[in-house]
Ligand binder design. Structure first.
Ligand code: A2P
Length: 274
């Protein structure tokens, strides 16, 4: 045995945490407004997730410890890269730094994606609603790019409500591009509908999604019947208050909340970062 080998045998190997985040490379960054941006990073081959799930994303802190927050994965499970859609909070511990990432920079990616905004947490139905506000659109950016969504539903309605028009760019561009997507373009044709509204600047449809549901304006604009637990399923993602308010409306319309272990008629999630 060489001297080196005996030294290695005597020194215990440093403990490696199997759950520690991996370091991934930023591939692209696109800024939409002074509050919103998206970025794409490398995806390790071993990273598996279900379309609609979230994962911890972060940056190392000055003291070397990671600073991580939950982020919905905005890309579908088949994509070779991972996409995220983020708010920029000026004094947010993570997003104040994350907003200045550039291609080539490193970000930390957690190893355990999870979540309930997945198709398997819903019982079969005809029409799938995805209600979102702000960055709550992110998990739906994943789901509307997954062929499984169109295989399971006759109609897929995504609603996105933001404060102003500029904040609708991500969802509007994505849905426009899906029409020409080689994988889901044809499948989504005639099935996928994006309904947008704004609450603080002029827009063809004004108002919070809760008001538009309560007044039936949403259903009139889409030309569909009112919510019906026999045919309709729903996913909800936005601020905590928005989720609670839309959830109350689902229950008032006879829909029951589901989960991974007990699929039912609607599921909720919250995607936020500070
Ligand atoms: P509003 O402008 O009336 O606050 P934010 O960017 O703050 O997350 O908000 C995104 C969108 O969600 C805004 O249009 C906002 O409307 C709306 N919103 C905020 N709270 C609720 C709620 N409890 N129910 C429905 N929509 C909400």
């Amino acid at each position: 045995m060489s001297a080196d080998a005996s030294a290695a045998a005597a020194t215990p190997a440093p403990k490696v945490n199997p759950n520690a985040p991996t370091e991934e490379t930023v591939l692209s960054v696109e800024h939409y407004t002074d509050r919103l941006f998206r970025f794409r990073i490398t995806r390790p081959q071993s990273f598996r997730f279900r379309t609609g799930e979230f994962v911890m994303i972060g940056l190392p802190k000055e003291d070397g410890k990671p600073l991580l927050r939950a982020y919905s994965i905005a890309s579908p499970a088949w994509d070779e890269e991972l996409e995220f859609y983020s708010i920029k909070v000026p004094d947010g511990p993570l997003t104040s730094r994350l907003q200045s990432i550039q291609p080539g920079d490193k970000v930390l990616l957690g190893k355990k994606p999870t979540g309930t905004l997945v198709l398997d947490a819903l019982t079969p139905g005809k029409r799938l609603y995805m209600f979102s506000t702000g960055t709550g659109f992110a998990p739906f950016a994943s789901l509307i790019r997954d062929p499984d969504t169109y295989e399971r539903y006759d109609e897929v309605i995504v609603t996105h409500t933001c404060r102003d028009n500029g904040e609708l760019a991500y969802s509007t561009n994505l849905v426009r591009d899906i029409a020409n997507d080689p994988l889901v373009g044809e499948m989504s044709n005639g099935k996928l509908k994006l309904f947008t509204s704004c609450t603080r600047t002029p827009h063809p449809t004004m108002g919070r999604i809760t008001t538009l549901i309560e007044t039936d304006k949403l259903f009139e604009a889409l030309g569909v019947p009112k919510l019906d637990p026999a045919t309709d399923r729903a996913m909800i993602c936005g601020s905590m208050e928005m989720i609670q308010d839309v959830k109350a409306l689902m229950i008032a319309n006879g829909l029951t909340e589901g989960s991974n272990s007990a699929p039912a008629e609607f599921v909720i999630e919250k995607a936020f970062a500070g």
